[in-house]
Design a protein around this ligand. Structure first.
Ligand SMILES: *[C@@H]1O[C@H](CO)[C@@H](O)[C@H](O)[C@H]1NC(C)=O
Ligand SMILES: *[C@@H]1O[C@H](CO)[C@@H](O)[C@H](O)[C@H]1NC(C)=O
Ligand SMILES: *[C@@H]1O[C@H](CO)[C@@H](O)[C@H](O)[C@H]1NC(C)=O
Ligand SMILES: *[C@@H]1O[C@H](CO)[C@@H](O)[C@H](O)[C@H]1NC(C)=O
Ligand SMILES: *[C@@H]1O[C@H](CO)[C@@H](O)[C@H](O)[C@H]1NC(C)=O
Ligand SMILES: *[C@@H]1O[C@H](CO)[C@@H](O)[C@H](O)[C@H]1NC(C)=O
Length: 823
């Protein structure tokens, strides 16, 4: 039939259409065919794709399943079924949401409960393999339990609270409630509620800049606060009546004391601990008790230099002369608008009534005059302000930093802020309540009144695809569309960035134009590596960054995603921090923190200063510090971070030195995530740099973290000797790598029992100015790291331990036994 009839065309079209529709609605279809369960048996699982794939408690008051925390981002959670907005009381790894497709929670055959993401990576597990747990059930009290065949609890969610305690769920030694980071965001914040070492229940702010206890009142003793610290059982629990009692004598009653009310005790994102009662007719929560009557007394709320103003809800503000660091996040505090001079003649003091900044007193004196107190602060460059209390005792507090600012009519003293002399402050009020524009975000961040206290359903999370090539082309398409969705469909980049930042600590996407501007059209080249060129740049917020432009389009893409997926969520002092990336058309760029002193090789191997970077000769203590720091960074990658990471290209070029010559490991472009407990990843291509590569790269052995140990060993020996050991040399008629000769000779000397062997191996340029004991240890470690047999190599953890063990001796460098050696 050459010309199909219109009706057959139409039916084909309809068929296609219906196929499409049924495909698109497969989620809905599937969900209608499954039903909620009362228990999950061994070998079965719940899927993120089916809304009704839930566990419910027998009385249906609690449900457990996948809770949506953002666009396509879910967390396995427990919530109140009948609250208006599914109030969550527990989450499994809230800092790592899973994808809305393909993720599942399963009770494995070995009794382990495992949450897996779409790529199969384990995001959370109950650590109960080999426990023979038979089933997972949700109890009427909201406790998710794993039971063995005799009905014994093998694991329970009550032992791992998130930010909420339920009635009958005790808080005990080692357990902590940790607040969420912001309203409507589930990731971990900075506030915690826990039993401290003195057996007293406390609340603490532990932020990026400071940590500070704020409850019970830090100005009082344990007993003044009505607590006791002699009972070491460390136990506190809320009962069904709404009565809380703890072993430190702390206790409170719900304002609606009585049975039959659903309650929860939650450490809110604003650092206040509140008891809530559910009104089951409306599904809304009312507050029946709160730990902090005055929200502003919570520490850390308004950030550095910020002042919390309570009127009567909490608001953040800045003092005169200061401005918001980030109007969209008042928690970041304020910054001085001017540069302060250390010259006492260039500054003046401005008084602020009824304001106190808690803590950070660099000096405290009593019975002195206001003028002496002023002089004290004037002559100390680091003093930013002082508080003077005239009432009888003439108390003077000099402040080295301004945190926990709070305005209260009850403060007896006056705060004097240091400002540049030529600033005109007349006519401006001393505290600026921030601009109306910020009002809404402020209200969101700080709220003390109950009506605002509803968990919101703001979608602050976006799922991000980590993995690179697991499923191939489909995955790449999926990734591409995911990215597109992430950053295009929302239209409002800030909201996306916000959620994104919440999970990944300021890790964000940059536009190409932004980076072009920051680097002044890629003007200043810092270096070039296997994966691309690196340029220096300055962002709009004055952060100096290193922008790496990846070359080679196809290879670049995979490398780009690999690098992203790894570094985006790894943060450690000894690792170069990645601030973000850019992916636009064919452009792939990575934005890193700028590390001032360049790479180790330049300082270690070259004699003359090359380029525009003045070189510093590295003395012994700097070298030792670099050895220890690099080992710590690698140990973190291998043993501590969320997923084990092998660097695969450890070499002096990838060890950067900051302004204090502390090392930071760079370039994870070649790193690959290894699977925990897996048999070792297969590498599709050989990675690394000749001379630093372990022998197993050449053989067909699986690649393990021991390849990094080998490379580290080479670097360590180079640090001691000051020579490139990865170069080829001719020795007699044998051509070999310098390293082999070095190791052979060192072993001979070591075995020969010579006491002074080490002097043959250290950098002559040090002129004997070194700690011989440390050098010996470093050479010994270096040699063991470059063993052919990788099983004989130590782990990075062991290396760190060994190095730190001789760090203590660094002070008596001139008295160590072997220091008499003369060269
Ligand atoms: C399981 O063990 C890992 C590693 O020790 C730990 O990080 C994780 O929190 C544990 N999970 C639970 C549910 O205890
Ligand atoms: C310590 O506290 C626990 C739990 O509150 C209580 O049962 C116990 O009696 C207390 N011990 C003493 C010696 O008071
Ligand atoms: C709570 O109420 C009970 C009974 O009404 C009372 O005995 C107890 O002292 C109250 N506790 C507190 C901490 O107010
Ligand atoms: C403060 O000093 C820095 C350099 O020291 C300068 O770049 C900046 O412009 C100064 N800011 C003000 C407000 O004077
Ligand atoms: C304060 O200083 C004055 C004299 O300088 C002295 O007489 C007085 O006893 C001091 N008071 C206290 C409380 O130290
Ligand atoms: C300071 O500012 C006020 C009002 O803004 C103005 O009247 C006054 O002349 C200024 N003083 C100086 C010294 O500039």
């Amino acid at each position: 039939m050459r010309n199909p009839s219109p009706s057959s065309k139409l039916s084909t079209l309809l068929l296609l259409l219906s196929l499409l529709i049924s495909f698109l609605s497969s989620k809905a279809v599937a969900s209608s065919s499954s039903s909620t369960k009362s228990s999950l048996n061994r070998g079965s699982s719940l899927s993120v794709e089916e809304d009704s794939d839930l566990l419910t408690s027998p009385d249906t008051k609690f449900s457990s399943g996948f809770y949506q925390v953002g666009s396509n981002a879910y967390c396995f959670s427990i919530w109140f079924t009948h609250s208006a907005d599914k109030t969550v009381v527990w989450m499994a790894n809230r800092d790592r949401p899973v994808n809305g497709r393909g993720s599942r929670i399963s009770l494995d055959r070995d009794g382990n409960m495992v949450l897996t993401d779409v790529d199969g990576s384990v995001v959370w597990n109950s650590n109960t393999s080999s426990s023979r747990a038979q089933s997972a059930e949700l109890s009427n009290n909201g406790n998710l339990v794993l039971k063995d065949k005799d009905g014994h609890f093998v694991w329970q969610s009550f032992d791992f609270p998130t930010d909420t305690l339920l009635p009958s769920q005790p808080i005990t030694k080692g357990k902590k409630l940790i607040s969420a980071s912001a309203n409507g965001v589930v990731s971990s914040g900075y506030y915690s509620f826990y039993f401290d070492n003195d057996n007293v229940l406390k609340m603490m702010y532990d932020g990026p800049e400071i940590s500070s206890l704020y409850w019970p009142n830090p100005d009082y003793t344990v007993f003044q606060n009505g607590r006791s610290n002699y009972n070491s059982s460390r136990y506190g629990v809320l009962d069904e009546m709404g009565l809380f009692v703890a072993s430190d004598q702390f206790g409170f009653n719900a304002s609606d004391l009585g049975l039959g009310i659903k309650r929860r005790l939650t450490l809110d994102y604003d650092g206040n601990l509140r008891l809530y009662s559910l009104d089951e007719s409306t599904g809304l929560w009312g507050i029946s008790w709160a730990a902090m009557a005055v929200e502003c007394k919570v520490h850390g709320l308004c950030g550095r230099n910020g002042i919390c103003v309570y009127a009567p809800t909490a608001k953040c503000s800045c003092a005169v002369g200061y401005e918001m660091r980030d109007p969209s996040d008042l928690g970041k505090g304020c910054k001085l608008k001017f540069n302060l001079s250390c010259d006492p003649n260039q500054v003046k003091f401005v008084s602020l009534q009824q304001i106190d900044f808690y803590g950070f007193d660099s000096a405290h004196q009593t019975n002195i005059s206001l003028e002496s107190c002023r002089q004290l602060c004037l002559n100390d460059c680091s003093c930013e302000a002082f508080m003077y209390r005239n009432g009888g005792d003439g108390a003077c507090f000099a402040k080295s930093a301004l945190f926990n600012g709070y305005r209260s009519a009850a403060f007896p003293g006056t705060m004097y802020l240091k400002l540049p002399k030529d600033v005109n402050i007349s006519g401006s009020s001393m505290i600026k309540e921030s601009d109306p524009i910020c009002e809404s975000s402020k209200a969101e961040r700080l709220m003390g009144s109950s009506d605002m206290y509803k968990p919101t359903h703001d979608m602050k999370y976006i799922y991000f695809y980590w993995f690179v090539s697991a499923i191939g082309v489909i995955e790449v398409l999926f990734v591409a569309s995911g990215w597109w969705y992430l950053f295009r469909s929302h239209g409002v980049p800030t909201s996306v960035e916000e959620g994104y930042r919440a999970i990944y600590n300021q890790f964000r996407r940059f536009t190409y134009a932004e980076l072009k501007k920051a680097t002044k059209k890629f003007k200043e080249e810092l270096g070039r590596g296997g994966s691309g060129y690196v340029y220096k740049g300055v962002l709009d917020d004055d952060r100096v960054v290193a922008v790496k432009k990846l070359g080679d389009a196809t290879q670049g893409e995979a490398e780009f995603l690999a690098e992203m997926s790894t570094i985006g969520r790894i943060y450690h002092m000894k690792l170069v921090r990645m601030w973000g990336y850019c992916s636009e058309r064919s452009h792939r760029l990575l934005v890193y923190e700028y590390v001032e002193n360049g790479s180790l090789d330049k300082h270690l191997f070259s004699n003359s200063s090359s380029g525009n970077m003045p070189l510093t000769f590295l003395g012994w203590s700097a070298r030792f510090k670099i050895a220890v720091g690099t080992a710590k960074g690698l140990a973190y990658l291998h043993h501590e971070c969320l997923e084990w990471v092998i660097h695969c290209d450890v070499k002096p070029e990838n060890i950067l030195l900051d302004s204090d010559f502390e090392p930071k490991i760079a370039d994870f472009g070649l790193a690959k995530l290894s699977q925990r407990g897996g048999s070792g990843p297969n590498f599709s291509q050989i990675r690394g740099t000749k001379g630093y590569m372990a022998p197993e790269w050449a053989s067909n052995l699986p690649i393990t973290a021991k390849v990094d140990v080998y490379s580290y060993g080479v670097v360590l020996l180079e640090i001691v000797s000051g020579n490139r050991l990865s170069n080829w040399v001719v020795d007699g008629d044998v051509e070999e790598v310098e390293l082999q000769r070095f190791v052979r000779m060192a072993k001979e000397k070591l075995d020969g029992g010579e006491e002074t062997w080490i002097s043959d191996f250290v950098d002559l340029r040090l002129n004997g100015q070194l700690n011989w004991r440390q050098a010996e240890v470093m050479v010994e470690i270096g040699i063991s790291c470059v063993e052919e047999d990788r099983n004989k190599r130590p782990t990075m953890d062991m290396v760190v331990q060994t190095l730190l063990a001789c760090d203590d001796e660094s002070n008596d460098m001139h008295h160590s036994t072997s220091s008499e050696i003369n060269i």
